[in-house]
Write a protein that binds this ligand. Structure first.
Ligand SMILES: [Zn+2]
Ligand SMILES: [Zn+2]
Length: 361
């Protein structure tokens, strides 16, 4: 896919460049590539237009801010990614036929392109989905305690070059010959027909004489979008979180379904946490003091009484999950582990114990 050139690269300035620096770079480059100095050189003419376009956006604080926001979403991935490549390096464009695409007098309309990207304009004829769903698996601890989980999604965004129309600059737009402007075509026969979006105009009802070079006429670009999902403490398995206006093209909502990875130590029962602690035979018989870690990594000393059974639960109040002002408890479940092999001496000791305790074996 042809990439929209990066305005900072066009002017050969850093993304942190001050307005003065931008103006200086623009003046130097504009002089160098001015059509008067490069007669009959379509490449220079195109370069000159690019320089003007970049300057028009970057020298205007408001436009630059919007551009920077889009740039972070990867909409203008230049050669070598952000900040990479040299000034003027381009990809996927060039050649005399391209030089007609940019009209300097039209640059004032950039604001409109940006506003349509940010959803202040109508969505056009296409029916937009109200919401998009995705799933994420989060660690047990994040689910219990809450936190932020970053997710990366490839999502369609409105093409910044054509503002979603799919038309190249200066192209004429005419009624789609396939659907005659209806935007839908019907399939099927014998009294059974299904309407589907027209494959030629993608439901728009119109086709441009020349397609937008950035999006190849689709009106949208898939960009990698990184979204931080705020996980509320105590979120349940299969919970669905709604992120307002984080869906495709910044309009619909994004639904994130949560899955919780199991933990090595803890499991959940409502707001209570159950942690399994292994204890040995002597600890179970004679009692002991054991250190256990709570979910938030605090150490608690737990007294195990003599005669503790396998599977017995001990409550540590207030160390469960906190949700909506309520707080669960933590339980420690003892798992008695037995030695697998005894030496002759140990066997004698156990036999002598069994006889004293009246245990048959
Ligand atoms: Zn486009
Ligand atoms: Zn059509």
């Amino acid at each position: 896919m042809a990439a929209q050139r990066d305005y900072y690269q066009v002017l050969g300035v850093a993304e942190t460049a001050a307005t003065d620096e931008i103006k200086k770079a623009f003046r130097r480059l504009a002089k160098q590539h001015h059509p008067d100095r490069n007669p009959n050189n379509p490449q220079a003419a195109e370069r000159f237009k690019e320089i003007n376009e970049a300057h028009d956006v970057l020298s205007d604080a408001e436009k630059r801010k919007k551009y920077d926001q889009l740039r972070r979403y990867g909409a203008f991935a230049g050669p070598g990614g952000f900040g990479g490549g040299g000034a003027g390096a381009r990809r996927g464009r060039g050649g005399p036929q391209d030089s007609a695409e940019f009209d300097i007098s039209d640059l004032g309309g950039l604001g409109d392109i940006f506003s349509s990207i940010f959803g202040r304009r109508g969505a056009g004829r296409e029916a937009e989905p109200e919401e998009t769903e995705t799933e994420v698996t989060i660690p047990f601890r994040v689910a219990a305690l809450g936190g932020t989980v970053p997710i990366t999604l490839a999502m369609p965004e409105v093409c910044p070059t054509c503002g979603g129309t799919g038309a190249a600059k200066g192209a004429t737009v005419s009624t789609c010959p396939e659907c005659k402007g209806r935007g839908t075509v019907s399939f099927g026969q014998g009294g059974f027909a299904v309407n589907r979006p027209c494959p030629v105009c993608r439901g728009k009802g119109t086709v441009p004489s020349q397609r937008c070079p950035t999006c190849q006429g689709s009106g949208e670009l898939r960009v990698e979008k990184r979204i931080n999902v705020e996980i509320p403490a105590g979120v349940e398995e299969a919970a669905r979180l709604r992120l307002k206006n984080q869906g495709p093209k910044g309009r619909g909502d994004l639904i994130v379904q949560i899955h919780i990875a199991p933990d090595r130590f803890f499991r959940r029962e409502g707001l209570d946490l159950i942690g399994v602690v292994p204890i040995n035979l002597a600890q179970a018989l004679l009692g002991s003091r054991i250190k256990v870690k709570t979910l938030d990594d605090k150490r608690v000393v737990l007294r195990i009484p003599p005669g503790t059974q396998h599977g017995q639960k001990f409550r540590i109040p207030g160390h469960g999950i906190e949700k909506n002002g309520r707080r669960g408890d933590m339980y420690v479940e003892s798992h008695v582990t037995l030695p697998e092999k005894l030496s002759a001496e140990e066997q004698e000791a156990v036999k002598s114990f069994a006889e004293k305790a009246g245990l048959k074996y």
